[in-house]
Write a protein that binds this ligand. Structure first.
Ligand code: NAD
Ligand code: MG
Length: 382
């Protein structure tokens, strides 16, 4: 179990739940970072007394430094601040709870410093997963997933052992708030509808991804990168109850599943205590009162984002970065209520059509594909 962490994105949904786990397990927090939410960040800094706090911009950094004066907490800003937070010598693990591709450089800094990376951020694994995993091998950085499905698989595999024994990974998917609807019905849903997720309470971006099932598409690619399997070895099943968090089928036909109440503190705790399991005060799953567990195939016609992601998983190259970049840009437009929900898959499809995929990309190619995809989406709506 780790003793000290750096937490990137501490004011978000995963960030706040990570601090719950730190409180519960007595884990020290050496660095906190966030983009905004100064009041919450100040409160967290006062409670956890980190050595370093970093924000994205200079103005809020000056304000925060004023508020934290006399507490012996250094305040930094910008990419440099994030990178420093990710590589503090006293932190054994770095939790990447930042949303989007913005997590790429601090994540790479954590890897280069040889830290355990408790990987919540999925966008960077989708875009640059092969390079990230390769760097982790080179620098001896341990990658431990926080995403509940990938944590479930990691737990079934007891870390990295027995990869060659995997027949397939079975990712479970709640189906989101629009399960059972047609493509046309989904397309007309509003932001308020999309933010009403049945089983999980999360940040807005991922909640919208759950409504379009792009989240499961990103997780499909994330699973391939983390566990080095082919697209043919990953299946998605709809499991409305979110109790089986995912499964591994081994070559002898045995299937192992990890089950529990839907609570992100469970995978977060495991990422920080692995290979140990520590005592938790949270109530466990009551099998006798939990609803019957059901499994069904996903509807790829109603949810084209999942279908496109599965296709990109097969194409590889820079197509996954285009998929992700276009989706991030489109979701941002939807959050601003400038486009409809149905336009998200349309804009992603447009970017994938317009931008040819480059195989064996270097980091610059991935960043270029990401930039072009965002540009393509913005041009289409301006
Ligand atoms: P969130 O929006 O609630 O929080 C995001 C955090 O990142 C905030 O602290 C914010 O200040 C910071 N941030 C945002 N943009 C930034 C930028 N450009 N630079 C630096 N910091 C920035 O998001 P979340 O729901 O906690 O999700 C975080 C990541 O974890 C996402 O990649 C998401 O896909 C993944 N994830 C989340 C959940 C969940 O239950 N919330 C589950 C699985 C995976
Ligand atoms: Mg997940």
């Amino acid at each position: 179990m780790v003793q000290t962490i750096s937490l990137l994105g501490s004011t978000g949904s995963i960030g706040r739940q990570t601090l719950d786990v730190c409180r519960e397990q007595g884990i020290r927090v050496a660095a906190l970072t966030a983009r905004s939410s100064l009041d919450l960040l100040e409160e967290q800094a006062r409670a956890f007394r980190p050595r370093l706090v970093a924000v994205t911009d200079l103005e809020p950094a000056l304000e925060l430094a004023r508020r934290l004066a006399g507490l012996d907490i250094e305040v930094a800003y910008g990419l440099d601040g994030l990178r420093r937070a990710a590589s503090l010598p006293e932190s054994e693990a770095v939790v990447t709870a930042v949303v989007g591709m913005a997590a790429l450089w601090p994540t790479m800094a954590a890897i280069e410093a040889g830290k355990r990376v408790a990987f919540a951020n999925k966008e960077t694994l989708v875009c640059a997963g092969e390079l990230v995993m390769e760097a982790a091998r080179r620098y001896g950085a341990e990658i431990v997933p926080v995403d509940s499905e990938h944590s479930a698989i990691f737990q079934c595999l007891r870390g990295g052992r027995g990869r060659e024994e995997i027949k397939r990974l079975i990712l479970t998917c709640s189906g989101g708030p629009f399960f059972g609807l047609s493509r046309e019905e989904v397309a007309g849903k509003t932001k308020a509808d999309a933010l009403r997720h049945p089983n999980w309470s999360m940040g807005e971006k991922i909640t919208i991804d759950c409504a379009t099932l792009m989240n499961k598409g990103l997780e499909f690619i994330e699973a391939m990168r983390l566990f080095r399997v082919t697209p043919d070895q990953v299946d998605v099943v709809i499991h409305r109850q979110s109790i089986v968090h995912s499964m591994v089928e081994f070559r002898d036909g045995a299937i192992l599943a990890q089950m529990g109440t839907p609570d992100m503190r469970l995978p977060i705790r495991y990422a920080l205590t692995y290979p140990d399991r520590m005592q938790s005060e949270l109530p466990g799953l009551d099998l006798l009162t939990c609803p019957p567990l059901t499994f069904a195939p996903p509807d790829l016609e109603a949810f084209p984002c999942l279908k496109m992601a599965m296709e990109c998983a097969r194409t590889g190259g820079t197509s996954c970065a285009v998929l992700n970049g276009a989706n991030e840009a489109a979701v941002e437009l939807f959050r601003q209520e400038r486009i409809s929900l149905g336009q998200i898959p349309e804009l992603v499809a447009r970017a994938l059509d317009a931008i040819p995929s480059l195989s064996h990309p270097a980091m610059e190619d991935i960043l270029e594909a990401d930039r072009k995809a965002r540009e393509c989406v913005e041009r289409a709506v301006s």
